[in-house]
Structures are given as C-alpha cells and as structure tokens.
Design a protein around this ligand. Structure first.
Ligand SMILES: [Zn+2]
Length: 240
C-alpha cells in the first residue's frame, strides 16, 4: 500500500466525504426530475417528500361567485341573453335591423348621455313592410285603438289603408305596406331607415327626460310611446 493514496485528511472516513456529495447530487437530480416532471413522463415513480410549493388544485380554481344582486334593474336573464352586445353604449334586441347609419347616430347619442342612461336598448330600427305590419299588429293586440295609432302616425291615409285589412292578419297588412312602399310612400320613418325605438323600461321620468333632451340636441324628433321612446330624423346636426 503506497502512502500517496492515503486519505489527505486523516481521521475523516472516505464515506463521510462522499456521503454529503452523493446526497447533494441525489437532491439535484431529484430537483431536476421534479422540475421536468410536468413535461416529461417520469421513468420511475419515486415517492417525493411532502410538497412545499404545490397548492391544492381547489384553491386555484376557486373564484368569487358573483353576487346575485349585481343586476338589479329588473332585467331578466332571458333578456340579457337576447341582447347581443353591439357597442359599449347601446345594444339592440335580437333581430332588430340597425343599419350603419342608425348605428353611427346611436354611437353619437351614446357618447353624449350620462352613464346612468347606459346602455341604451334599441327595440326597433329599420322596418321592412313585414316588420312594420308586425309592429302595428302588436300595437292593436296590446289594445291600442285606431285613434291612438292615428295620433302616432302622420299619414292618416296610409294608416287607414293598412287598418282596413287588419282583421285579415299580418300578411294582408304586409301586402298593403309593400304596395305603399312600391309607390314611394312610407307609413313610418322606420321604413326609410330614419327612426329607432329606445326602451324606456326602468327609466325614471327624470332619466327619460334627459334621454329625450339628448336626442333632440342631436336634431331628432321624439315621441314617448307606451313602452318605448320613438326617435326619428336621425341626422346629426351639422356642427357649427
Ligand atoms: Zn318608432
């Protein structure tokens, strides 16, 4: 046995030197293994010490539940679902034909009104003869009298033509309105894309008054109807 291979630190056993290093190497390998465990399938499943940095999955997915009284304006879930978001300031009910022209006007209105009036809900826009017939029919079913309708529509002659066939139903009314349109006459400004109806539900008198004022400031004319604010003449005033 040569003295050169004797341990340089006499009294310290070789295993005592190698033991901590082997342990470090083992821990390093473990850490490496643990680090890549999510990406690489472990070759041999080894029991890990108690996890120090993996919280229970439940606490990750647990989110605060929305308070049930967040929406408190009487809007039902069905109404929310039927109202596709079109703009931050106004929404149109599903199936309502809002043309780019009307949308531009609504954007302008939305930019003017106070936050408590938002969003503005559009319940009617441009109407085909069929949509116009449906609107009239709905008004009649809701109990509106021909006299009340005459107060709303400016063309008494055109309205009389439609009301004359009201008993025959929406299709007959649609035909009359289509014939009027063919000869260049419109019972309603909705039919020439110059009117929108804005929901007035959940608006206080004061809020409705402000909405009317904003519409009129844009040069529009307004009529407060049984369940909406009718707004026509959708041409913004030329700026001075
Ligand atoms: Zn209207």
């Amino acid at each position: 046995m040569s003295p050169r291979i004797l341990p340089r630190l006499p009294g310290v056993p070789l295993l005592a030197l190698c033991g901590p290093m082997a342990r470090l190497a083992h821990i390093a390998a473990r850490r490496l293994g643990r680090h890549t465990r999510h990406h690489v399938e472990p070759v041999t499943p080894e029991p890990l010490p108690a996890p120090t940095q993996s919280p229970p999955a439940a606490s990750v997915t647990a989110a605060p539940m929305p308070s049930p009284d967040v929406v408190d304006d009487g809007t039902t879930l069905d109404e929310l679902l039927e109202e596709p978001q079109k703009s931050p300031t106004w929404v149109a009910l599903s199936g309502v034909d809002v043309t780019p022209r009307a949308a531009a006007w609504l954007d302008e209105l939305g930019a003017r009104v106070e936050a408590d009036l938002l969003p503005i809900t559009v319940t009617s826009g441009r109407r085909s003869p069929q949509r116009q017939a449906r609107a009239l029919h709905d008004d009649l079913v809701a109990g509106q009298t021909p006299q009340q309708l005459h107060a709303l529509y400016q063309r008494d002659d055109l309205l009389d033509e439609v009301l004359a066939v009201a008993d025959e139903g929406v299709e007959a009314m649609t035909e009359v309105l289509a014939l009027q349109l063919a000869r260049g006459e419109h019972l309603s400004p909705h039919m020439r894309d110059d009117a929108v109806d804005l929901r007035r539900r959940n608006r206080s008198t004061e809020q409705l008054g402000r909405l009317v004022a904003h519409c009129q400031a844009l040069g529009a004319q307004t009529v407060i109807e049984r369940d909406h604010l009718h707004v026509q003449h959708l041409t913004p005033r030329p700026r001075a």
